[in-house]
Write a protein that binds this ligand. Structure first.
Ligand code: NAD
Length: 475
């Protein structure tokens, strides 16, 4: 069993207490990690505040070089870090390794963007004044990340924050601190000055949040997680008027129109749905298929679901791992039972797994009022609903009828329909015909109950920049 430490001001630190990290596949404790309290969190903020002037003043190309080096180290160690991730999160090793590579790419993209954090000049109304906009880092950032993508959720925040010249105190999920420690090791070796990046591992997220929210040196909190916690942070941020980005839950609709490439649509939905055992904020939650292609689509999705090998993510050949914990498993089961009780049918042959394994499941005859269509299931359940000869607008209205607004998927070969439907969908991200949702250059983020702020791309960096407006009189 390993032990893990926090990283504060460039030093690895133990805490008075430790908390256990569990392998979701076996239920065994795989490590014990420093359980930091509010005092250590404040020390991390001290370190980040002390490091801020030096980091923001360092020439952009030097900051970029350190970030690039960190991305290289992450890529070089992708498989080893992937194994750490599988041990604490459960996803198959190949998927975990792929996430580390993708996570490194976020850092690399931001490293390049470091050189392009430009200011502006604005035409003045008189000959003897000039107007400048000077980009400045927001300041010390506290980042809070979830367990479902334990590396890429971190680098997607870190990259743009560091590119903008901010320093960071990161609190990863208490379920997956080991992946965060592995990222911190890469950053340390890459040569970040002490205090630019600090890692606070803790099993007491509320204490961490209260500490950073009360500390006026922390100028921004960047959060990814559930809508319930997001709401709480929005309220807490009011007292000190802190900037906030909140990437929250989702309830993604998929629209498969009659002119779609049905085989490709089923393959795309299977990929998006069963990846990470359905534990993704962008996971398809309501699959609206035109009735003329519903049978063909369902057959293909069922075939792909049944080809998935469920098991311990460490075992070769396993393509879907366990759910994160017993509560998650119970929720998925509750959603399936509710759908079956209210008239849905099981299209897949159910093979109940042991432990926290849940079979990839396809449901047909689903209606919009069932629990699967109203709450985030966060599991490998694909609910199929149909739509008929009605106008596109009707199915788009059904897709929009959710408090969430993160991602939506659309399958059609009709360009006019692509344009019209994309314009009508109330979601922050739309994938058309299976195009990826989260490349590093894309501004990922939601609307409505899925939160605000963007991560990735130029807009992601701007979320960590303040523009100082200077109006200069020439005298
Ligand atoms: P969660 O909200 O329980 O936890 C997320 C993080 O918040 C963790 O680090 C946790 O320790 C911390 N936290 C918990 N309680 C807190 C509190 N009171 N104050 C401050 N921090 C607190 O969510 P989760 O179960 O880890 O993640 C799953 C959720 O995250 C899902 O709803 C999913 O849709 C969402 N998610 C969203 C995105 C996105 O980009 N929009 C990406 C991934 C996951």
């Amino acid at each position: 069993m390993k032990t893990g430490q926090a990283l504060v001001g460039g030093r690895w630190r133990d805490a008075a207490e430790r908390f256990a990290v569990t392998d979701p596949a076996t239920g065994e404790t795989v490590a014990e990690v420093a359980d930091c309290d509010g005092k250590l969190t404040t020390e991390a903020v001290d370190a980040a505040a002390s490091a801020l002037p030096g980091w923001r003043a360092m020439p952009a190309h030097q900051r970029a070089a350190i970030m690039r080096r960190a991305a290289e180290l992450l890529t070089d160690r992708a498989e080893a870090i992937g194994a750490v991730m599988t041990a604490e999160q459960g996803k198959p090793l190949a998927e975990a390794t792929g996430e580390v590579v993708a996570g490194a790419d976020h850092l690399l993209w931001s490293a390049e963007e470091t050189r392009r954090v430009y200011g502006e000049t604005i035409p003045s109304t008189s000959t003897d004044t000039r107007i400048w906009l000077l980009p400045e880092p927001v300041g010390v950032v506290a980042a809070i990340t979830p367990w479902n993508f334990p590396v890429s959720m971190i680098t997607r925040k870190l990259g743009p924050a560091l590119a903008a010249g901010c320093t960071v105190v990161l609190k990863p999920s208490e379920l997956t601190p080991l992946s965060a420690i592995a990222v911190a090791e890469c950053l340390t070796e890459a040569g970040f000055p002490p205090g630019v990046f600090n890692l606070v591992t803790t099993s007491r997220p509320q204490e961490f949040a209260e500490t950073v929210m009360a500390d006026s040196r922390v100028r921004k909190v960047s959060f990814t997680g559930s809508t319930a916690v997001g709401r709480q942070l929005i309220r807490q941020s009011a007292d000190d008027v802190k900037r906030l980005s909140v990437e929250l839950g989702g309830h993604a609709p998929v629209l498969v129109f009659p002119d779609a490439d049905v085989t490709a649509a089923a393959a795309g939905v299977a990929r998006a749905k069963f990846m990470n055992a359905g534990q993704a904020c962008t996971s398809p939650n309501r699959i609206y298929v035109h009735e003329s292609v519903a049978a063909e689509f369902t057959d293909e999705l069922v075939r792909l679901a049944e080809a998935i090998t469920v098991g311990n993510g460490m075992d070769p050949g396993v393509t879907m791992g366990p759910l994160i914990d017993d509560r998650a498993l119970a929720k998925v089961r509750r959603h399936v039972e509710d759908a079956l009780t209210h008239g849905a049918r099981l299209a897949t042959t159910r093979r109940e797994g042991t432990g926290r394994l849940h079979p990839p499941t396809v449901l047909t005859g689903v209606t919009d009022d069932m629990l699967v269509c109203r709450q985030e299931t966060f599991g490998p359940v694909a609910p199929i609903l149909t739509f008929g000869a009605a106008e596109d607008a009707d199915v788009v209205a059904r897709a929009n009828a959710t408090p969430y607004g993160l991602a939506a998927y659309l399958w059609t070969r009709d360009l006019g329909r692509v344009v019209r439907v994309c314009e009508e969908l109330q979601f922050g991200i739309v994938s058309v015909n299976g195009a990826p949702l989260a490349p590093p250059q894309g501004p990922f983020g939601g609307v409505k109950g899925s939160g605000y702020g963007r991560e990735g791309g130029r807009h992601g960096v701007e979320d960590f920049v303040e523009y100082k407006y200077v109006n200069v009189g020439l005298g």
